[in-house]
Design a protein around this ligand. Structure first.
Ligand code: ZN
Length: 155
């Protein structure tokens, strides 16, 4: 498995008993977590395949990820019509990943470090959902090799 690096300092993390990271946090008392040997309280949950949920990070980074979601990403998704919210959330994530030069993936936010979060804030704060939708429609053609039926037909 690929090594896991701390989002805050870049040090390789190790899988440890949650109790050794924070004995008072019931969330991890009975779990193995990926933790940074350098930063105090920089950790992330182990995923079901033994890998890591996002990248381990300390409280400041974890808070910044939550703020970006609540104050920028959710309002952006809410600009989409109600029946388009799920698609809109995926589009906003893909839009952000593309602008940060990262692979689009589930849980993208949990992989970001503070520098990337600052960039993400600037990118998304300046965008409207229309920008995201237009970007998504433009990019759809570049990801598929052949157009789906009904698409690419000359008008
Ligand atoms: Zn660290």
């Amino acid at each position: 498995m690929a090594p896991i690096f701390c989002a805050d300092c870049g040090t390789e993390c190790a899988l440890v008993d949650g109790r050794d990271v924070d004995a008072h946090n019931p969330e991890i008392a009975d779990a193995w977590v990926w933790a940074c040997p350098v930063c105090p309280a920089s950790w992330a949950h182990q995923d079901k395949d033994g890998g890591c949920v996002g990248l381990p990070a300390g409280q400041a980074t974890v808070n910044a990820r939550a703020l970006l979601r609540l104050q920028v990403m959710v309002p952006l998704v809410r600009q989409a019509p109600p029946n388009e919210q799920t698609l809109a959330a995926a589009r906003v994530r893909a839009f952000l990943a593309d602008h940060l030069d990262l692979a689009d993936q589930e849980g993208l936010l949990a992989n970001l470090n503070l520098d990337q979060l600052r960039q993400a804030w600037r990118i998304l704060h300046a965008a409207t959902y229309d920008d995201v939708r237009i970007w998504a429609q433009r990019h759809r053609g570049t990801k598929r090799r052949t157009p789906a039926s009904g698409e690419g037909v000359a008008a």
